[in-house]
Write a new protein. Structure first.
Length: 131
């Protein structure tokens, strides 16, 4: 679903959870560069955070896919990801999922450990995509 607000275009999807605060899931001003808010492992049907790191990571990636689709984009349009982990020992699990999720050439990436995330999530991922 797309909404135009001045020069800002906002995208959301019924297949991704609604924002849990005052922000837009995906925005673009040019129609070429798309900025995605961080996604958590929230199941959009139940509104609940998935249990465990692996399930949250998989749901987070599914939510990103849904939002990409809402903007007529796909994984190959992603040029940069930022991954927030509450426990950096999950880094190897992220690498394995990342390798399955993306094709070469892989997008640029940052991965940092944080003290906490909204809803006590274990992982959050934000992306930047280009068309």
């Amino acid at each position: 679903m797309e909404k135009k607000m001045g020069q800002l275009e906002v995208f959301c999807s019924d297949n991704a959870p609604a924002a849990i605060g005052p922000y837009s899931p995906v925005v673009t001003t040019t129609g070429k560069t798309y900025f995605f808010s961080g996604q958590l492992g929230i199941n959009p049907q139940t509104g609940q955070l998935q249990d465990g790191f692996t399930a949250q990571l998989a749901q987070t990636l599914n939510n990103i896919d849904a939002l990409l689709s809402s903007a007529d984009l796909n994984r190959s349009n992603i040029v940069k990801t930022t991954i927030y982990l509450t426990d950096l020992s999950n880094f190897s699990t992220v690498n394995a999922a990342y390798q399955d999720y993306f094709q070469k050439p892989f997008p640029a990436r940052s991965c940092v450990e944080v003290k906490g995330l909204p809803k006590n999530a274990l992982v959050e991922i934000e992306v930047i995509a280009i068309k």
